[in-house]
Every structure is written in structure tokens, then in C-alpha cells.
Design a protein. Structure first.
Lengths: 110, 114
């Protein structure tokens, strides 16, 4: 079983839509969780960390469900500039190692 | 800028040649990672350096791949006898260390093996 599994999409939504991405992880001992964003032909960049209580950054909300080993990212009021691939990232069994999901592709159309 | 720096940004080589890719991490970051990303694919972990500890080489795909990190800073990824399937973007990332593991990526080296 892979360390991190994501729905690859693609998700195609109109501007202003709300869209949600999910991922599951296999290591129940993981302590660190992140969402990264990768634009086409660019390097991944940290979007936000994910905390146990859930956290929000503007239009972005991340949730963690430890019991189900499930992470989500909600994007409200989608903008054209949100078009990218979103990577679910989880700390692995080796200290310091992060495991990256394959990413979920989002396209926001006008 | 104080980000992760990689060179060259693009490298075209002939099959069978050796290549060296360089990564200069963010100053003060003790952890350094190499990944490979083929077109349309996810990140493939290659190798991880943490301080003076022995590197985690578990992701290296074959013995043609090696990496070193001199003085705990700059790292070089070497691919010997390159093959066409080695063509990919090679990404380097660094982080403060095992307790602070947010990774910051360089812009990558795009390797094309003809």
C-alpha cells in the first residue's frame, strides 16, 4: 500500500466554485501533514500545514482525521490562479522523510 | 535570494555519458533531499541527507546513481552511463532538520538524455 493516496482528478470547476480534495495515508504514527501546490513545470511549494484541529488560511481550509487517516483540502471561491496540482504530503516512518502523493490536478475556468 | 539553488537548470546529454547535478540548500538547513519527477508523474524520492548521519539511499533506482554532500552543505547527484529513461526533472529540497521538516524546493534540473 502506498504511503499517500490521492484522487488524481482532474477537477475542472468554474470560477467561484468550492472544491474539495482528499487523501489517505497509511502510517498511523505520522505527525506532520501538509498540502503543497505545484504549478505546471514549476517546483512544489508549501501551501499550508495541516493541524489536528483543522486550520484555515483565507479561502483554503485543511482538515485532518487521524482515526480514518484522512486529510482534506477545501478551496472556496475558486480563482483562475488556483489552477495547479495539489500534493498531499505526510511524514513517513523514517524521521524527516516526507511522502508526497501523486497530486490532484485542478483547473479553474472563467 | 536565499532559496534552494540548483544547477544547471537544463542539461542535454548523450546516452552513456555521466552527468553531475548540483544543489545548494538554504543556509542553515541540515536536511537535503533529491527527488525525480518524470513528465506528468509524481515525485519519486531518491536520497536524503540529515546532518552527519549516513544518508537514506533507499530511493536510488540503480547503482548508476550516487550522491554526496560535502561539508554538510552543497550536494551533487551523479548519474553514470545515462539512459534515456533517466530523462526527468531532478528536484532538490532542504529543510531545517528532522524536527522541522517543511521542505523547500529548488527550481530543478531538467535532464534530457538523447
Amino acid at each position: 500500500r502506498k504511503e499517500v493516496e490521492q484522487d488524481p482528478g482532474p477537477f475542472n470547476v468554474p470560477e467561484g466554485a468550492t472544491v474539495a480534495f482528499n487523501c489517505t495515508y497509511s502510517n498511523s504514527a505520522s505527525q506532520s501533514f501538509f498540502w503543497y501546490r505545484q504549478d505546471c513545470r514549476k517546483e512544489p511549494k508549501l501551501l499550508m500545514s495541516v493541524y489536528s484541529s483543522g486550520n484555515e488560511d483565507g479561502r483554503f481550509t485543511a482538515q485532518l482525521n487521524r482515526a480514518s487517516q484522512y486529510i482534506s483540502l477545501l478551496i472556496r471561491d475558486s480563482k483562475l490562479s488556483d489552477s495547479a496540482t495539489y500534493l498531499c504530503v505526510v511524514e513517513g516512518s523514517t524521521l524527516g522523510r516526507l511522502y508526497f502523493g501523486r497530486g490532484t490536478q485542478l483547473t479553474v475556468w472563467p | 535570494g536565499a532559496g534552494v539553488s540548483q544547477s544547471p537548470s537544463n542539461k542535454v546529454t548523450e546516452k552513456g555519458k555521466d552527468v553531475e547535478l548540483r544543489c545548494d540548500p538554504i543556509s542553515g538547513h541540515t536536511a537535503l533531499y533529491w527527488y525525480r519527477q518524470s513528465l506528468g508523474q509524481g515525485l519519486e524520492f531518491l536520497i536524503y541527507f540529515q546532518g552527519n548521519s549516513a544518508p537514506d539511499k533507499s530511493g536510488l533506482p540503480s547503482d548508476r546513481f550516487s550522491a554526496e554532500r560535502t561539508g554538510g552543505s552543497v550536494s551533487t547527484l551523479t548519474i553514470q552511463r545515462t539512459q534515456q529513461e533517466d530523462s526527468a526533472v531532478y528536484l532538490c529540497a532542504s529543510s531545517l532538520g528532522s524536527s522541522q521538516n517543511i521542505q523547500y524546493f529548488g527550481a530543478g534540473t531538467r535532464l534530457s538524455v538523447l
